[in-house]
Design a protein around this ligand. Structure first.
Ligand code: 13P
Length: 303
């Protein structure tokens, strides 16, 4: 089917099935364009908790669709690309976190939303890249086990006083592809550009940036800044909205390797198939879901 008729069909199916399409800022441009809501992990979690439709089609990766199901158990949540995972989320499992908790019995656990439902279930509170600092500040403990992203943990440690952060040694394989050579080269080619990066980049890349924020915070920063040129240190998908919002500004990706294969798995055809066949539904055992719900609900209260 051609893209245009696919889009018509998806729009027809959305009404027929009473569905809402959520898409992460990293999705392919054509997928972002058919979504009802496009945003960062925090905005999409909040949307999933409040949606007034029977079906949520989650164009993103598995932990995102699972978070939507945890928050909205009565909804049918579909993940169009069923193999779209997150190696960062897979870098720690329940047993490993249990071991870590035994090592630091007085610590509270903050888990990044890029984590499995099982890890969320035994964490005290969840966070996203947009509210990690505030979440950790809100914790009533001197020691915080922060899983699974060590770069976000180091960013939080830099911003938060009087807490010992115990990081898990996980990282995002896409953001880890950026090197300091990429930064030197980009600065040399575009000396007037501001550098905007995601907190999942390494500490040295972060230190060379003008702004650090979640995908939506980066998009908003570029819109509100008076600068005309930006070097972007996160996944290529964010460029779609940035270029649409700011046709008069120039955007350069820090590295051409900033492409997340998992985020790029979802195609319009997958969305069409998911809605037509109501396939790739997310199921979570009720006891685990209820345990994980607390950490996500607490996170949604911190902005
Ligand atoms: P955001 O919270 O910025 O959407 O980040 C999600 C993510 O997975 C980054 O790699």
């Amino acid at each position: 089917m051609k893209n245009l008729s696919l889009i018509d069909e998806i729009n027809r199916l959305k009404v027929e099935k009473d569905a809402c399409i959520l898409a992460h800022n990293y999705q392919l441009p054509e997928v972002q364009d058919i979504a009802d809501i496009v945003g960062d992990s925090f905005a999409l979690s909040r949307a999933a908790a409040n949606i007034d439709k029977k079906v949520i089609v989650f164009c993103g990766v598995k932990f995102m669709a699972e978070s939507a199901k945890i928050l909205s158990p009565d909804k049918i949540v579909l993940l169009p690309a069923k193999y779209a995972g997150c190696p960062l989320a897979d870098s720690i499992n329940r047993k490993q976190l249990e071991r870590e908790k035994r090592k630091y019995p007085d610590a509270k656990v903050v888990c990044y939303v890029n984590s499995s439902t099982e890890v969320k279930a035994i964490s005290d509170i969840c966070c996203t890249s947009s509210n990690a600092v505030k979440v950790v500040e809100s914790i009533d403990a001197d020691q915080v086990i922060f899983v699974p992203d060590q770069n976000l943990a180091s960013y939080v440690e830099e911003k938060v006083d009087n807490k010992e952060i115990i990081p898990w040694a996980g990282h995002c394989i896409t953001h880890a592809r950026i090197t300091m050579d990429d930064v030197f080269k980009a600065k040399e080619e575009h000396p007037y550009a501001e550098i905007l990066v995601h907190p999942e980049v390494s500490e040295e890349i972060r230190e060379s940036a003008d702004f650090v924020g979640s995908t939506s915070q980066i998009i908003d920063y570029a819109k509100n800044s008076t600068s005309k040129e930006f070097i972007i240190g996160t996944e290529i998908g964010v460029l779609h909205k940035m270029k649409n919002d700011n046709p008069e500004k120039e955007f350069y990706l820090l590295s051409k390797r900033l492409v997340c294969e998992n985020m790029k798995m979802t195609t319009l055809e997958d969305v069409y198939n998911a809605l037509t066949n109501m396939e790739n539904e997310i199921f979570i055992p009720e006891d685990t879901r209820v345990q994980a719900l607390g950490s996500l609900e607490k996170m949604l209260c911190v902005q």
